[in-house]
Design a protein. Structure first.
Length: 118
């Protein structure tokens, strides 16, 4: 665990910086909208298109999990015995990319079906 401590500390610091900047920008946007007379109910409305992100991230995480699984199998038995890192990274990127391509084609098909219904 002590090997990961510097990495975790840096992640927390950068995460806090990003969160502070994001919240500051969001506050400025909201204040500008209120000054222009926009109804405050828009701040509490559910964002549109939320489901398309869940499909993308779900497929990506499944692809990464499959990449780790296949990478571990290749690292233990295949041609990557001497360099197991290459097996892990190549399979994670391969399956993650395949998952994003699958998401693209599924989203395109769903968009076409949605436009045909209109």
């Amino acid at each position: 665990m002590s090997d990961l401590t510097p990495v975790l500390v840096l992640m927390v610091i950068f995460g806090a910086i990003v969160a502070i900047v994001y919240l500051g920008i969001r506050r400025k946007e909201r204040m500008a909208m209120l000054e222009k007379g926009v109804d405050a109910s828009v701040f509490f409305a559910a964002p549109k298109g939320k489901n398309e992100y869940s499909l993308k991230y779900g497929l990506l995480l499944i692809g990464i999990a499959l990449g780790i699984l296949i990478g571990s199998i290749l690292a233990a038995t295949g041609p990557f015995i001497e360099a197991p890192e290459a097996a892990y990274f190549s399979m994670i990127f391969l399956f993650g990319g395949v998952a994003l391509l699958l998401n693209y084609f599924l989203a395109r098909k769903m968009f076409k079906e949605e436009n045909e219904k209109k």
